[in-house]
Design a binder for this molecule. Structure first.
Ligand SMILES: [Zn+2]
Length: 329
């Protein structure tokens, strides 16, 4: 039903419409990295390939997000139905697995970068927490884990003698979001200092490098938008100086990347504050939210809606259409 509804809505729109599809990580089904990633973050390369093919079948024209926004701003004609592929966070697997799929089908894309993570071996705190909780048991009565223990599954439900399952750990991530990002990162650092065996092992780099960014931008296929400097959720920031650095500083970093940089902001975790919104509209031409839905000609460019996709909600054409249909209800 939802798939039929989705199909009808996108085919029969009487105003030009833009579907923005959001992806995070693109990982093959057998990738070991899936074991330490939130399921809602991962799409297989095959599913992405299918989405590109199926979007064209539906009559959607793949466009650069910034091109559609420029035409919309200038009141120029827009395709009846357009689709923009976007990727959040700047994962290295976007180069390894998404870029070949985009190139093969000549589908333009925008990657929203966390600029101070580029060319580092850092990873985000949810991945660090997932890795810790699914591989180690948390020692009882050790104060360096108090912050984590407070957000663990309820007492009896969790047996402290074993590591958590991926889904249990995913639940802890959701609970930890009540804390400020910098607090979580500092607490993790403390754990690694007092328990060096728990520090992340030397693994492969998870974030894009400068040379990968240059290569993907070379033929104009991939462009880059802003996703803050450190992926701090804006509503958790206490001081205005940091807020400004995360929003305005990120654009400065992005501009140093050259022509592929576009003044489009993407809110980490979709979290918005009044002051943050003002800084975004003063410095950027548009902003992506985590609100679900499509964008019609004449829409507010600072309130772009998207469809967040992952294997769980878009592994087949039917589930993809149902996800779109649900988002258009
Ligand atoms: Zn993000």
């Amino acid at each position: 039903m939802l798939a039929c509804y989705g199909w009808l809505r996108v085919r029969l729109s009487n105003k030009p419409a833009l579907l923005i599809l959001t992806y995070h990580r693109i990982l093959p089904a057998d990738s070991p990295e899936r074991a330490v990633e939130q399921p809602g973050m991962v799409t297989s390369p095959q599913a992405l390939e299918n989405h590109i093919r199926f979007a064209r079948k539906l009559g959607a024209e793949p466009v650069h997000l910034s091109d559609w926004l420029d035409r919309n701003r200038q009141g120029k004609p827009l395709p009846k139905l357009a689709v923009a592929f976007t990727f959040d966070d700047g994962w290295q697997d976007n180069y390894q697995y998404a870029y070949p799929a985009l190139k093969a089908q000549n589908a333009p894309a925008t990657i929203f970068l966390v600029t101070r993570m580029i060319d580092t071996d850092k990873t985000f705190w949810p991945e660090q927490v997932l890795s810790l909780l699914t591989s180690k048991t948390i020692p009882e009565n050790d104060p360096s884990f108090d912050w984590l223990r407070r957000h663990m599954p309820e007492g009896a439900a969790h047996d402290t003698s074993r590591p958590l399952s991926l889904l249990e750990a995913d639940d802890v991530i959701a609970r930890l979001k009540s804390l400020e990002d910098a607090t979580i990162l500092a607490s993790l650092q403390q754990v690694y200092t007092s328990h060096p065996d728990m520090a992340p092992a030397e693994t492969s780099r998870s974030i894009l490098s400068g040379s990968e960014l240059t290569e993907m931008a070379k033929n104009g296929l991939v462009m880059y938008g802003a996703h803050t400097r450190h992926h701090y959720r804006l509503n958790r920031l206490k001081d205005e100086k940091t807020l400004k650095e995360e929003i305005v500083g990120c654009l400065q970093d992005l501009k140093s990347l050259g022509e592929a940089a576009i003044p489009v902001f993407c809110y980490p975790n979709g979290d918005i504050t009044g002051k943050g919104e003002a800084l975004v509209s003063d410095n950027y031409q548009a902003a992506c939210t985590t609100k679900t839905g499509w964008n019609l000609a004449g829409c507010n460019p600072y309130d772009l809606h998207r469809f967040n996709l992952h294997d769980g909600n878009s592994h087949s054409n039917r589930t993809l259409l149902a996800t779109i249909g649900r988002g258009l209800l």
